[in-house]
Write a protein that binds this ligand. Sequence first.
Ligand code: AMP
Ligand code: ZN
Length: 137
Amino acid sequence: MSDCIFCKIIAKEIPATLLYEDDYVLVFMDSGPIIKGHALVIPKHHYDLITETPDAILVQLHSTAKRIATAQMNGLGADGVNIMQNNGAAAGQEVPHIHVHVIPRFIGDGHHWNWNPRTYDDLDERAKLAEKIKNHL
Ligand code: AMP
Ligand code: ZN
């Protein structure tokens, strides 16, 4: 994808601070970290969304995210790690080349995700939505 910023990073056309690279994935520091040390794991082949990405590549992405998380804990002293992966603009995906965020977290780091849990009208509404999902599994 010629206009994809992450494809340009893979092609070394724009700079990035690399953490890891193999035949399948590239890992680099996020330039706008939620918490300093925030890394992105991307496949070397362009896929937009998780729904288009082959399972074998997802395995590579997430096993690499696990390695990065371990390195953030051991190397940065992170107390925890958030793994995030946004799909589609509605979900907050700004760069349409699938990527896994690996975000080191520290006790008292001051970041809050602002989870805002909602409620179903009743159990019937919840069951009907579950049915719609299950029908497509
Ligand atoms: P998302 O909102 O899930 O698509 O996340 C995109 C991420 O890419 C954001 O966290 C950005 O800070 C990060 N980002 C965008 N451009 C660059 C770049 N050139 N180098 C490193 N990270 C980038
Ligand atoms: Zn791309």
